[in-house]
Design a protein around this ligand. Structure first.
Ligand SMILES: Nc1ncnc2c1ncn2[C@@H]1O[C@H](COP(=O)(O)OP(=O)(O)OP(=O)(O)O)[C@@H](O)[C@H]1O
Length: 464
């Protein structure tokens, strides 16, 4: 067993993995307690303590751990599987036959590039089959995006091209764009559809450069009929990848191929994205996904419980929908955690039990008060409302108030970037970093900003 390697991987994962995906770091690292790593060369096995932990890691973190291991070992071919330690195996849950979204996200073209021609003859979409329109719950928050998505799925490249869908963390962007791909795949089986995350696109490109396979890389992308790129905001600051993506985009667009992009913000809000890409991303249709309302969250929970074969009492379902404010992935994670506890302990799940088990994600009253107070004060100062700050609206006063709220929640509330992102309507941590930087820059160049901060802080002090 290689405990030194596991420690190195976890240390790197600590810096790179969950923070980058805006997840609760300590909760994630707990999963690896007692884990051990075995293997050599390019093939490793991570042994964990239970099938529940195995499934959580497989579904949520495997792709990131593989990326970290590849980086730590400087080998792009490293493969990792997760298994339950033989003595810890329990018959609680069968391993899912389907692939998880995270596994799909990790699939890489470098693997494809290195395949033999016979292996390449079957087109790999890298789509997760579990994301379909049939299990996508539609509410006010995503009605428009869903309608556009189904129109595109039924009539690719003739409807809206590119299709750009954006929304906060964990609000269903991957699900929706994958559902388009899956529907196209079943309606038009001959289409060459490719789903890829921006991170994977970057990794493929780096691998292709490293092994002098850029021609194959380009050739492969030019053959695609439908290109789905997830998390396109990660192009931010990656000049070489932006350039390559620009040529790919143009080649496909000019040949009438469908391009579908997802992001956590509008094209114009992606920091350091070249203008020519910003404008291209805005050529077709842009649709946003908003935070789900209470009823939509209930409907999603009921749907997921049916899929997972879980039964939670109605009041616990309501409690979950009330407690988890924005992120649907978190909502789902909380539901699975409660369901697993019920299965393992064979005891009923009450609200009290739920409160205890989910204490790490429940906001304390003090937290809420602090953030709400800061938001209310900032909103009042700039003549907008807290709701405006959390919304996607972009009038000048709302944008300034949003930047200032992010800065002060960090400065006074000592929250992390991902936490602030969650508080401010489910925004990605990179957007919050950008907001804080905006105020920090203004502090250096404009004395007015300092005076505004002082006035808002004074008002806060006066009220407490
Ligand atoms: N409307 C919905 N109906 C059913 N499930 C949903 C819906 N929206 C989100 N989900 C579920 O929530 C989870 C997170 O969704 P997804 O990964 O698509 O979010 P995302 O917006 O792409 O997240 P990220 O910002 O981290 O990339 C998935 O399991 C997905 O199935």
């Amino acid at each position: 067993m290689d405990s030194v390697l596991l420690q190195r991987v976890l240390n790197r994962f600590r810096e790179f993995g969950p923070e980058a995906r805006s997840r609760d770091l300590e909760g994630v690292l707990d999963l690896f307690e007692g884990a051990s790593l075995s293997g050599s060369g390019e093939s490793y096995i991570l042994f964990v303590g239970s099938s529940f932990v195995q499934r959580m890691i497989e579904e949520r973190y495997l792709s990131e751990i593989i990326l970290v291991m590849r980086e730590v070992l400087d080998n792009d071919r490293i493969e990792l599987t997760v298994e339950v330690l033989p003595q810890a195996k329990t018959p609680q849950r069968k391993k899912k036959a389907k692939e998880s979204p995270q596994q799909d996200k990790s699939k890489s073209l470098s693997g494809v590039l290195s395949m033999s021609p016979e292996q390449q003859s079957t087109w790999e979409t890298h789509l997760s089959p579990r994301y379909t329109f049939s299990n996508y719950v539609v509410g006010m928050c995503n009605q428009f995006a869903h309608a556009a998505a189904t129109a595109i799925a039924n009539n690719p490249s003739n409807t809206y091209n590119p299709f750009y869908v954006f929304g906060g963390v964990g609000l269903g962007k991957t699900h929706l764009v994958s559902a388009i791909g899956n529907q196209m795949k079943s309606r038009f089986p001959s289409l060459k559809i490719l789903y890829i995350t921006t991170e994977s696109f970057l990794n493929e490109m780096v691998t292709a450069i490293k092994f002098s396979k850029m021609n194959e890389f380009r050739e492969r992308y030019r053959k695609i009929d439908v290109l789905i790129v997830d998390d396109i905001q990660f192009l931010s600051g990656k000049e070489r990848t932006q350039e390559e993506f620009f040529y790919t985009f143009n080649a496909l667009f000019e040949n009438g191929k469908q391009i579908i992009l997802s992001s956590d913000c509008m094209p114009s809000e992606i920091a350091t994205l070249e203008d020519r890409l910003k404008s291209r991303f805005s050529w077709g249709l842009i649709a946003d996904i908003q935070i789900p309302d209470f009823e939509t969250k209930i409907a999603i929970l009921r749907d997921k419980m049916a899929q997972e074969g879980l039964a939670l009492p109605e009041e616990v379902v309501f409690f979950l929908a009330n407690t988890v404010k924005t992120n649907i992935r978190e909502l789902e994670g909380a539901m699975i955690r409660l369901g697993a506890w019920g299965n393992l302990m064979g005891r009923p799940i009450t609200i009290e039990v739920a409160r205890k088990l989910l204490s790490d994600i429940l906001p304390t009253t003090k937290d809420l008060a602090d953030v709400e107070r800061i938001l209310a004060e900032v909103a009042g100062y700039y003549g907008v409302t807290s709701k405006d700050i959390r919304s996607r609206k972009r009038t000048r006063s709302m944008v300034v108030a949003r930047h200032m709220a992010a800065y002060l929640i960090r400065d006074i509330g000592h929250k992390s970037y991902p936490e602030i992102g969650r508080e401010l309507g489910g925004r990605d941590h990179s957007t919050i970093i950008h907001s804080c930087k905006y105020i920090e820059d203004a502090l250096e160049s404009d004395p007015q900003t300092m005076s505004e901060i002082e006035q808002i802080k004074k008002r806060l002090e006066n009220r407490s």
